[in-house]
Design a binder for this molecule. Structure first.
Ligand code: GLU
Ligand code: MG
Length: 516
């Protein structure tokens, strides 16, 4: 039996898609096909298969999978494995890590429907792959699979077929490289970033002047996104020095997460070829840098029945004259979802803001949230409710995230939190009008649960957010023990290495800024 069949993937439509991949490789004169999988941090890893020789590695991989070392799933942001895989008995004592061995292989099974010709790399094709163990069992700790599980649970809720729709707003920084610093004598693990210049001086929000100056770099971003088929709407100049922002149309959540992974990956590579450094770290390690947020617009869709899918967060008419209740704008479904996101905010932070510098952002960074508030069209609140009764575009913008977040994990976390709100019919508190008021002081995370009226402050550090995640049964069970155990261990290793570093800014520069 071939491996694709063992994984339950083979069938007539997949066979036709595999044949189509073969034809496109011939027609486009493709020389290599990258087989890629998004790791715990949402970065793509894989191998480049060679076309046109005497071997047929692409066809082989589509049928029999492609071996990859399993430790690739256990690595922190510096690429150090967070588990003792060679110590006899160490993994055996952890049944949730069943499958992982002494740097043994897992198999990547490419999805032929994902075949893309990369717009920035000549004669290069690309396939997204899913990880399986050799016996055909899916690797439970795969982040993309976690989002698929979450979306299936959402669709099954009360048999309503609810779907999550997401629109991405991603802030990031782009710099011109003046010296790539690839001197072999200076090699280090991890290495220093290149020497850089800004592409605009900042402090002139949405400035046409700065936009014109940054046009060469932004044109590369645009070509890359359009070449990948992404629904990019606009590119603009953000407030911070050398900071920009990309805004996308809403799609279903899985597509949006796939798109975010492909956007970050493609933009970094295409800009690097042209002598630019793009980074999605929350805050570049420079004194005047301004933090980047990843704002996730979300709504719920009802099955389409031949027309446009209906927005399950839309409310027909306002519920009264008091402007503060959520039901002024949101349907009952939308209000419960909002309450779920608030109730799980401390644990949600670990998955939406999974790096150390992201926590300084919650303590006074411009237009970033400080506590688990919601508000009507209020950019200081964690959740900004956009729209009004009768508006088909009604949605919740979650401003908690940072651009380095793994979108599969962050979106899955929205679903578990929101779904808990639906299941328990949680009620949101009234809208805040003072998101930076006295209640918004970052402090100790509280256990998740129905709100007692006071908004939980956002965790003070990544370590505190990990504690909140460990103590939140809804999000932890959503991830499942294998993925939770890997995420927790990898992120705690990152925290410990940061704590041990003498120069924190130098650590962040090498660990995050040069690589993400
Ligand atoms: N940079 C801000 C943040 O960290 C957001 C600014 C804006 O609203 O565009 O979320
Ligand atoms: Mg912005």
């Amino acid at each position: 039996m071939n491996f694709a069949r063992r994984c339950g993937a083979q069938g007539p439509s997949r066979e036709a898609a595999c044949a189509a991949v073969d034809r496109r490789i011939q027609e486009a004169g493709i020389e290599t096909v990258r087989v890629a999988w998004a790791d715990l941090h949402g970065s793509l890893r894989g191998k480049a298969l060679v076309c046109g020789g005497t071997a047929h590695p692409v066809a082989d991989a589509l049928e029999d999978g492609l071996g990859m070392v399993s430790t690739i799933l256990l690595k922190d942001t510096s690429d150090r494995t967070a588990f003792q895989v060679f110590e006899p008995g160490a993994l055996a004592a952890r049944p949730e890590l069943a499958g992982f061995g002494a740097a043994n292989n897992l198999l990547l099974l490419p999805d032929p429907a994902s075949f893309t010709v990369l717009p920035w790399a000549p004669r290069t094709g690309w396939l997204r792959a899913e990880p399986f163990w050799p016996d055909g069992t899916p690797v439970a700790a795969c982040p993309r699979r976690a989002l698929q599980r979450a979306l299936a649970a959402l669709a099954a809720h009360e048999g309503r077929g609810l779907g999550l729709r997401c629109g991405l707003e991603l802030e990031f920084h782009v710099y011109r490289i003046t010296d790539d610093r690839l001197d072999p004598e200076a090699a280090a693990w991890p290495a220093e970033p290149p020497a850089l210049q800004m592409i605009h001086p900042g402090y002139n929000l949405l400035s046409e002047n700065w936009g014109d100056g940054a046009q060469e770099a932004l044109a590369i971003v645009r070509h890359t996104a359009l070449g990948l088929g992404l629904p990019l709407r606009s590119l603009e100049i953000e407030l911070g020095p050398s900071q920009v922002e990309a805004v996308f149309s809403a799609t279903d959540a899985l597509t949006a997460a796939d798109d975010m992974v492909r956007f970050k990956n493609g933009v970094r590579q295409a800009l690097r070829r042209a002598g630019y450094h793009a980074t999605f770290v929350c805050r570049p390690p420079f004194a005047a840098a301004i933090a980047s947020g990843w704002h996730l617009h979300q709504s719920l869709s009802l099955p389409a029945h031949g027309q446009q899918p209906a927005n399950a967060m839309r409310r027909e008419a306002p519920a009264g004259s008091d402007p503060r209740p959520a039901r002024q704008v949101l349907s009952d479904t939308g209000a419960h979802w909002l309450a779920g996101l608030l109730a799980h905010a401390p644990a949600l932070a670990a998955l939406c803001a999974p790096t150390l510098p992201a926590y300084a952002r919650f303590q006074g960074s411009l237009m970033a949230p400080q506590a688990a508030h919601w508000g009507h069209d209020n950019r200081g609140a964690m959740l900004r409710v956009v729209g009004e009764a009768g508006d088909a575009g009604t949605r919740i913008e979650n401003r908690l995230g940072e651009p380095m977040a793994n979108p599969y994990l962050a979106m899955a976390a929205q679903v578990w939190a929101g779904l808990d709100g639906l299941q328990l019919r949680l009620e949101p508190p009234p809208a805040t009008e003072a998101p930076y008021g006295p209640a918004a002081v970052a402090g100790e995370p509280q256990a998740a649960g129905p709100a007692d009226g006071t908004p939980p402050p956002l965790p003070r550090s990544l370590g505190r957010a990990l504690d909140a995640l460990a103590a939140d049964p809804v999000l932890r069970q959503g991830l499942g023990e294998p993925l939770w155990a890997v995420f927790d261990a990898v992120k705690r290793q990152e925290c410990a290495r940061h704590a041990a570093a003498e120069d924190k800014l130098a650590w962040e520069r090498r660990e995050y800024f040069s690589r993400f």
